[in-house]
Design a protein around this ligand. Structure first.
Ligand SMILES: [Zn+2]
Length: 71
């Protein structure tokens, strides 16, 4: 299991949940797009950001490390 602290410090790229690599992804949902952790084996795991109306905005924040993390 991954702590939120390690996720938010950017360590997630090199940490797995036990069965595959973990990474941040922009994920679609009914409420909007969000940035969450994604396991290559299991699929989406957690939502870590606020919702975005547009995928492009979420992708930009992820790239620029200016993500609006959820509270
Ligand atoms: Zn997994």
């Amino acid at each position: 299991m991954l702590s939120k602290k390690s996720v938010r410090s950017g360590a997630a790229a090199n940490v797995g949940d036990g069965d595959g690599p973990l990474q941040f992804r922009v994920c679609p949902s009914r409420a909007g797009y969000y940035i969450g952790t994604y396991c290559g084996d299991c699929g989406p795991l957690t939502r870590e950001s606020e919702y975005y109306a547009r995928r492009r905005d979420a992708e930009l924040d992820l790239r620029n490390q200016t993500v609006r993390w959820r509270h």
